[in-house]
Design a protein around this ligand. Structure first.
Ligand SMILES: Cc1cc2nc3c(=O)[nH]c(=O)nc-3n(C[C@H](O)[C@H](O)[C@H](O)COP(=O)(O)OP(=O)(O)OC[C@H]3O[C@@H](n4cnc5c(N)ncnc54)[C@H](O)[C@@H]3O)c2cc1C
Length: 273
Protein backbone atom coordinates (compact mmCIF):
# COMPACT_ATOMS: atom_id res chain seq x y z
CA UNK A 1 0.00 0.00 0.00
CA UNK A 2 3.06 2.28 0.12
CA UNK A 3 2.30 3.24 -3.49
CA UNK A 4 -1.16 4.44 -2.55
CA UNK A 5 -0.53 6.25 0.74
CA UNK A 6 1.08 9.65 1.14
CA UNK A 7 3.26 8.29 3.98
CA UNK A 8 4.90 6.13 1.28
CA UNK A 9 4.98 3.10 3.54
CA UNK A 10 2.65 0.22 4.47
CA UNK A 11 2.19 -3.51 3.85
CA UNK A 12 0.38 -5.45 1.16
CA UNK A 13 -3.35 -5.58 0.56
CA UNK A 14 -4.74 -9.03 -0.12
CA UNK A 15 -6.95 -7.75 -2.98
CA UNK A 16 -7.29 -4.46 -4.82
CA UNK A 17 -10.34 -3.49 -6.87
CA UNK A 18 -10.91 -0.48 -9.12
CA UNK A 19 -14.50 -0.57 -10.41
CA UNK A 20 -15.21 1.06 -13.79
CA UNK A 21 -18.91 1.64 -13.12
CA UNK A 22 -21.44 1.75 -10.32
CA UNK A 23 -22.94 -1.48 -11.63
CA UNK A 24 -19.59 -3.23 -11.41
CA UNK A 25 -19.08 -1.95 -7.85
CA UNK A 26 -22.57 -3.04 -6.83
CA UNK A 27 -22.12 -6.56 -8.28
CA UNK A 28 -18.74 -6.87 -6.61
CA UNK A 29 -20.13 -5.88 -3.21
CA UNK A 30 -23.04 -8.30 -3.51
CA UNK A 31 -20.58 -11.18 -3.87
CA UNK A 32 -17.83 -9.98 -1.55
CA UNK A 33 -17.21 -11.58 1.84
CA UNK A 34 -13.90 -9.91 2.69
CA UNK A 35 -13.28 -6.89 4.92
CA UNK A 36 -13.26 -3.67 2.89
CA UNK A 37 -10.95 -0.68 2.99
CA UNK A 38 -12.29 2.19 0.92
CA UNK A 39 -9.33 4.17 -0.35
CA UNK A 40 -9.28 7.77 -1.47
CA UNK A 41 -5.92 9.41 -2.14
CA UNK A 42 -4.41 7.74 0.93
CA UNK A 43 -3.53 11.13 2.45
CA UNK A 44 -4.74 10.20 5.90
CA UNK A 45 -3.91 6.52 6.13
CA UNK A 46 -1.23 4.44 7.79
CA UNK A 47 -1.45 0.81 6.67
CA UNK A 48 0.49 -1.37 9.09
CA UNK A 49 3.48 -3.40 7.79
CA UNK A 50 1.52 -6.67 8.08
CA UNK A 51 -0.82 -5.25 5.43
CA UNK A 52 -4.57 -5.37 5.05
CA UNK A 53 -6.27 -8.75 5.05
CA UNK A 54 -9.16 -7.84 2.78
CA UNK A 55 -10.01 -5.89 -0.33
CA UNK A 56 -9.01 -2.30 -0.96
CA UNK A 57 -11.48 -0.47 -3.23
CA UNK A 58 -10.43 2.64 -5.08
CA UNK A 59 -13.15 4.73 -6.75
CA UNK A 60 -10.73 6.27 -9.23
CA UNK A 61 -13.28 6.21 -12.08
CA UNK A 62 -16.05 7.82 -10.01
CA UNK A 63 -14.78 11.21 -11.04
CA UNK A 64 -17.76 12.88 -12.71
CA UNK A 65 -18.17 16.59 -12.07
CA UNK A 66 -21.22 18.54 -13.17
CA UNK A 67 -23.28 21.59 -12.25
CA UNK A 68 -27.05 22.00 -12.49
CA UNK A 69 -28.75 25.19 -11.20
CA UNK A 70 -25.70 26.05 -9.07
CA UNK A 71 -25.71 22.64 -7.39
CA UNK A 72 -22.46 20.74 -7.96
CA UNK A 73 -22.74 16.98 -8.53
CA UNK A 74 -19.49 15.16 -7.95
CA UNK A 75 -18.22 11.58 -7.81
CA UNK A 76 -16.42 10.35 -4.69
CA UNK A 77 -13.20 9.74 -6.65
CA UNK A 78 -12.84 13.37 -7.76
CA UNK A 79 -9.90 15.18 -6.21
CA UNK A 80 -10.62 18.14 -3.95
CA UNK A 81 -8.22 20.24 -6.03
CA UNK A 82 -10.29 19.55 -9.16
CA UNK A 83 -13.56 20.30 -7.37
CA UNK A 84 -12.14 23.54 -6.01
CA UNK A 85 -10.89 24.71 -9.43
CA UNK A 86 -14.20 23.75 -11.03
CA UNK A 87 -16.13 25.89 -8.54
CA UNK A 88 -13.71 28.76 -9.05
CA UNK A 89 -14.32 28.58 -12.81
CA UNK A 90 -18.10 28.70 -12.20
CA UNK A 91 -17.71 31.70 -9.88
CA UNK A 92 -19.03 29.72 -6.92
CA UNK A 93 -17.61 30.92 -3.64
CA UNK A 94 -16.61 28.77 -0.66
CA UNK A 95 -14.80 25.75 -2.16
CA UNK A 96 -11.39 27.45 -2.27
CA UNK A 97 -10.22 25.90 1.03
CA UNK A 98 -10.53 22.42 -0.50
CA UNK A 99 -7.62 23.12 -2.81
CA UNK A 100 -5.31 23.00 0.23
CA UNK A 101 -6.38 19.49 1.25
CA UNK A 102 -4.90 16.51 -0.60
CA UNK A 103 -7.69 13.99 -0.98
CA UNK A 104 -10.74 12.79 -2.85
CA UNK A 105 -14.32 13.79 -2.17
CA UNK A 106 -15.05 10.37 -0.60
CA UNK A 107 -12.11 10.57 1.80
CA UNK A 108 -12.91 14.18 2.68
CA UNK A 109 -16.55 13.31 3.47
CA UNK A 110 -15.39 10.40 5.65
CA UNK A 111 -13.02 12.71 7.55
CA UNK A 112 -15.06 15.92 7.51
CA UNK A 113 -11.91 17.49 6.12
CA UNK A 114 -11.40 21.16 6.76
CA UNK A 115 -8.98 24.05 6.46
CA UNK A 116 -8.87 27.82 6.98
CA UNK A 117 -12.00 27.69 9.17
CA UNK A 118 -14.23 25.76 6.73
CA UNK A 119 -15.31 22.12 6.75
CA UNK A 120 -16.61 20.11 3.80
CA UNK A 121 -19.90 19.01 5.39
CA UNK A 122 -20.88 22.64 5.68
CA UNK A 123 -21.63 22.62 1.96
CA UNK A 124 -23.22 19.19 1.50
CA UNK A 125 -26.76 19.09 0.09
CA UNK A 126 -26.88 15.31 -0.13
CA UNK A 127 -24.59 12.30 -0.48
CA UNK A 128 -24.97 9.06 -2.38
CA UNK A 129 -23.81 5.95 -0.56
CA UNK A 130 -23.58 2.25 -1.30
CA UNK A 131 -23.78 -0.44 1.35
CA UNK A 132 -21.88 -3.71 1.65
CA UNK A 133 -24.74 -5.50 -0.19
CA UNK A 134 -24.38 -3.15 -3.18
CA UNK A 135 -27.56 -1.12 -2.53
CA UNK A 136 -27.45 2.63 -3.26
CA UNK A 137 -28.93 5.31 -0.96
CA UNK A 138 -29.46 9.07 -1.08
CA UNK A 139 -28.72 10.61 2.29
CA UNK A 140 -28.30 14.00 3.90
CA UNK A 141 -26.39 15.41 6.84
CA UNK A 142 -29.07 14.28 9.31
CA UNK A 143 -28.16 10.66 8.61
CA UNK A 144 -24.68 11.26 10.04
CA UNK A 145 -23.07 12.32 13.31
CA UNK A 146 -20.68 14.96 12.04
CA UNK A 147 -17.91 16.25 14.23
CA UNK A 148 -14.38 17.63 14.04
CA UNK A 149 -12.51 15.26 11.64
CA UNK A 150 -15.04 12.56 12.39
CA UNK A 151 -18.19 11.35 10.63
CA UNK A 152 -20.31 8.46 11.82
CA UNK A 153 -22.96 7.06 9.53
CA UNK A 154 -26.01 6.11 11.58
CA UNK A 155 -26.59 3.42 8.93
CA UNK A 156 -23.43 1.37 9.25
CA UNK A 157 -21.56 -0.32 6.40
CA UNK A 158 -22.08 2.37 3.79
CA UNK A 159 -19.49 4.12 1.66
CA UNK A 160 -19.64 7.42 -0.19
CA UNK A 161 -19.90 7.19 -3.97
CA UNK A 162 -20.93 10.77 -4.71
CA UNK A 163 -22.23 14.05 -3.34
CA UNK A 164 -24.02 17.25 -4.23
CA UNK A 165 -22.71 20.53 -2.88
CA UNK A 166 -24.10 24.00 -2.76
CA UNK A 167 -21.54 26.77 -2.79
CA UNK A 168 -22.62 30.38 -2.77
CA UNK A 169 -22.48 32.57 -5.80
CA UNK A 170 -20.77 35.63 -4.39
CA UNK A 171 -18.51 38.39 -5.54
CA UNK A 172 -15.51 37.75 -3.36
CA UNK A 173 -13.54 34.58 -3.87
CA UNK A 174 -10.46 33.62 -1.87
CA UNK A 175 -7.34 33.42 -3.95
CA UNK A 176 -6.40 29.73 -4.27
CA UNK A 177 -2.77 30.51 -5.11
CA UNK A 178 -2.45 32.63 -1.94
CA UNK A 179 -4.02 29.86 0.19
CA UNK A 180 -1.57 27.30 -1.19
CA UNK A 181 1.38 29.62 -0.55
CA UNK A 182 0.18 30.14 3.04
CA UNK A 183 -0.08 26.35 3.52
CA UNK A 184 3.36 25.72 2.01
CA UNK A 185 4.94 28.15 4.46
CA UNK A 186 3.88 26.10 7.49
CA UNK A 187 3.91 22.49 6.25
CA UNK A 188 6.74 20.13 5.24
CA UNK A 189 5.64 19.95 1.61
CA UNK A 190 7.69 17.55 -0.50
CA UNK A 191 8.33 15.12 2.36
CA UNK A 192 6.09 12.06 2.76
CA UNK A 193 3.51 12.68 5.49
CA UNK A 194 -0.20 12.43 6.24
CA UNK A 195 -0.96 15.98 7.32
CA UNK A 196 -1.87 16.48 10.97
CA UNK A 197 -1.30 13.24 12.85
CA UNK A 198 -3.35 14.25 15.90
CA UNK A 199 -6.60 16.10 16.36
CA UNK A 200 -6.39 19.33 18.32
CA UNK A 201 -7.72 18.65 21.83
CA UNK A 202 -10.41 21.14 22.89
CA UNK A 203 -8.71 24.41 23.82
CA UNK A 204 -5.22 23.32 22.71
CA UNK A 205 -3.13 22.93 19.59
CA UNK A 206 -1.58 19.49 19.21
CA UNK A 207 1.46 21.01 17.45
CA UNK A 208 2.17 23.34 20.41
CA UNK A 209 1.85 20.50 22.94
CA UNK A 210 4.29 18.36 20.91
CA UNK A 211 6.71 21.24 20.45
CA UNK A 212 6.57 22.05 24.18
CA UNK A 213 7.38 18.40 24.87
CA UNK A 214 10.70 19.03 23.04
CA UNK A 215 9.85 16.54 20.33
CA UNK A 216 10.50 18.60 17.19
CA UNK A 217 13.03 16.63 15.14
CA UNK A 218 12.71 13.54 17.36
CA UNK A 219 12.98 10.32 15.31
CA UNK A 220 12.25 6.63 15.68
CA UNK A 221 13.79 4.61 12.85
CA UNK A 222 13.13 6.57 9.65
CA UNK A 223 10.13 8.47 11.06
CA UNK A 224 10.63 11.96 12.50
CA UNK A 225 8.57 14.75 14.01
CA UNK A 226 8.78 17.55 11.44
CA UNK A 227 10.97 20.52 12.33
CA UNK A 228 8.57 22.73 10.40
CA UNK A 229 5.26 21.62 11.96
CA UNK A 230 5.30 19.48 15.11
CA UNK A 231 1.92 17.85 14.38
CA UNK A 232 3.39 16.35 11.20
CA UNK A 233 5.38 13.12 11.14
CA UNK A 234 7.58 12.76 8.09
CA UNK A 235 8.87 9.61 6.49
CA UNK A 236 12.43 10.88 6.40
CA UNK A 237 14.38 7.73 5.63
CA UNK A 238 12.47 4.63 4.50
CA UNK A 239 10.36 4.54 7.65
CA UNK A 240 8.30 1.43 8.21
CA UNK A 241 4.69 1.80 9.34
CA UNK A 242 5.90 0.36 12.66
CA UNK A 243 8.44 3.22 13.04
CA UNK A 244 5.62 5.72 12.50
CA UNK A 245 3.24 3.96 14.87
CA UNK A 246 5.93 3.78 17.58
CA UNK A 247 6.60 7.49 17.15
CA UNK A 248 2.86 8.22 17.43
CA UNK A 249 2.75 6.25 20.68
CA UNK A 250 5.87 7.98 22.02
CA UNK A 251 4.37 11.42 21.31
CA UNK A 252 1.10 10.45 23.01
CA UNK A 253 2.97 9.21 26.10
CA UNK A 254 5.22 12.29 26.30
CA UNK A 255 2.31 14.75 26.01
CA UNK A 256 0.25 12.77 28.50
CA UNK A 257 3.02 12.69 31.09
CA UNK A 258 3.93 16.37 30.65
CA UNK A 259 0.46 17.95 30.26
CA UNK A 260 -1.96 15.18 31.26
CA UNK A 261 -3.66 15.58 27.87
CA UNK A 262 -4.55 12.64 25.64
CA UNK A 263 -3.77 13.19 21.96
CA UNK A 264 -6.21 11.37 19.73
CA UNK A 265 -5.03 10.38 16.25
CA UNK A 266 -6.52 12.02 13.19
CA UNK A 267 -4.63 9.62 10.89
CA UNK A 268 -6.47 6.32 10.37
CA UNK A 269 -4.46 3.21 11.24
CA UNK A 270 -5.38 0.11 9.28
CA UNK A 271 -4.42 -3.58 9.49
CA UNK A 272 -3.44 -6.00 12.26
CA UNK A 273 -0.66 -4.99 14.62
C1 LIG B 1 0.26 17.52 3.25
C2 LIG B 1 -1.09 17.19 3.82
C3 LIG B 1 -1.89 18.22 4.29
C4 LIG B 1 -3.15 17.95 4.83
N1 LIG B 1 -3.93 18.97 5.26
C5 LIG B 1 -5.17 18.73 5.72
C6 LIG B 1 -6.03 19.80 6.12
O1 LIG B 1 -5.68 20.98 6.04
N2 LIG B 1 -7.26 19.48 6.57
C7 LIG B 1 -7.71 18.20 6.66
O2 LIG B 1 -8.86 17.98 7.06
N3 LIG B 1 -6.91 17.17 6.30
C8 LIG B 1 -5.67 17.40 5.83
N4 LIG B 1 -4.87 16.35 5.46
C9 LIG B 1 -5.35 14.97 5.62
C10 LIG B 1 -6.09 14.46 4.38
O3 LIG B 1 -5.76 15.21 3.25
C11 LIG B 1 -7.61 14.49 4.58
O4 LIG B 1 -8.01 13.71 5.70
C12 LIG B 1 -8.36 13.98 3.34
O5 LIG B 1 -9.72 14.23 3.49
C13 LIG B 1 -8.14 12.49 3.11
O6 LIG B 1 -8.74 12.17 1.89
P1 LIG B 1 -8.27 10.88 1.10
O7 LIG B 1 -9.10 10.79 -0.14
O8 LIG B 1 -6.81 10.89 0.90
O9 LIG B 1 -8.71 9.74 2.12
P2 LIG B 1 -7.88 8.44 2.54
O10 LIG B 1 -6.66 8.85 3.28
O11 LIG B 1 -7.71 7.55 1.37
O12 LIG B 1 -8.93 7.80 3.57
C14 LIG B 1 -9.21 8.44 4.80
C15 LIG B 1 -10.38 7.71 5.48
O13 LIG B 1 -11.54 7.87 4.69
C16 LIG B 1 -12.08 6.61 4.33
N5 LIG B 1 -12.63 6.73 2.98
C17 LIG B 1 -11.98 7.07 1.84
N6 LIG B 1 -12.83 7.09 0.80
C18 LIG B 1 -14.05 6.75 1.29
C19 LIG B 1 -15.35 6.59 0.70
N7 LIG B 1 -15.55 6.76 -0.60
N8 LIG B 1 -16.38 6.25 1.52
C20 LIG B 1 -16.18 6.04 2.84
N9 LIG B 1 -14.99 6.15 3.45
C21 LIG B 1 -13.93 6.52 2.68
C22 LIG B 1 -10.89 5.65 4.38
O14 LIG B 1 -11.32 4.30 4.53
C23 LIG B 1 -10.16 6.19 5.59
O15 LIG B 1 -10.76 5.74 6.79
C24 LIG B 1 -3.61 16.60 4.91
C25 LIG B 1 -2.79 15.56 4.42
C26 LIG B 1 -1.56 15.85 3.87
C27 LIG B 1 -0.72 14.73 3.34
Amino acid sequence: MSKYCSFRTGGLAQDFFIPDTLNELSEFLKNNQKPILMLGLGSNLLVRDQGFDGVVIKLKHFDQLDIVDDVVHVGAGTTLAKLSRFCESKKLNGAEFLSAIPGNVGGALAMNAGAFGSEIWHFVESVTTINTSGIVFERNALDFDIDYRQVLNKNLDEYFIGATFKFKQAEKQQNIKALLEKRNESQPIGQANCGSVFKNPKGYFAAKLIEDSDLKGFCIGGACVSEKHANFIINQDNASATDIEKLIFHIQQSVKSKFNIVLETEVRLVGDS
